[in-house]
Ligand binder design. Structure first.
Ligand SMILES: [Zn+2]
Length: 191
């Protein structure tokens, strides 16, 4: 039950562009309150009154409601949401590691995640900031060896120059989701 409430639901804006993921719990609240419509796998929109009449099939998740069970939607469409999808990728530890494919950018090793650090190419103490161009994935030994030095001073070479990734909104949502549903495909492919 807890898992069902937390399962990811794809949110589309007014223009049917994917904008974010939400939880089944929040999606049902939006649907119930009329802020969103549920979209079935054929792309048909349903308001809450109609959606609640749909049967729960073998593959569906369901939530108990008065008088039966509610099929959990995999996609909802926000009727009044105007925001355009975010296109720039957020600078986070996780995204830096994803950009670098979890490879130490100095030695090329791929240790377990817990042994990976984020390294400031130009150390913070030397004025290096938090940016896509100054943060790289580094294994613990390389990170220690480099210390407060620049790569030149430490006699270490980067595998490639760090860069700002250009992942599509769809790719970002899929990375964030951890699991995906076939009902998302038409919308993610189109974006
Ligand atoms: Zn390394």
């Amino acid at each position: 039950m807890t898992d069902v409430l937390a399962s990811p639901v794809l949110v589309l804006n007014r223009h049917f562009q994917p904008v974010q993921l939400t939880t089944a719990k929040r999606a049902v609240v939006l649907l119930y309150g009329g802020a969103a419509q549920a979209i079935d796998e054929a792309g048909e929109p349903y308001d809450f009154a109609l959606w609640r009449t749909l049967p729960v099939r073998a593959d569906d998740d369901a939530l108990p409601i008065v008088g039966g069970a509610l099929r959990v939607p995999r996609v909802v469409h926000l009727c009044r949401y105007e925001r355009q999808p975010r296109t720039s990728v957020r600078l986070t530890r996780r995204n830096v590691m994803l950009r670098d494919a979890h490879e130490c950018q100095y030695c090329g090793r791929r240790p377990p995640l817990r042994d990976l650090n984020i390294d400031h190419v130009i150390p913070r103490s030397r004025g290096g900031g938090d940016s896509w161009e100054n943060l790289v994935t580094a294994c613990r030994p390389c990170n220690l060896r480099k210390g407060w030095k620049t790569p030149d001073e430490a006699n270490m070479r980067l595998a490639r120059s760090p860069f700002r990734p250009r992942w599509s909104v769809a790719a970002q949502l899929l990375l964030a989701a951890g699991e995906r549903f076939k009902e998302w495909d038409p919308f993610l492919k189109a974006s």
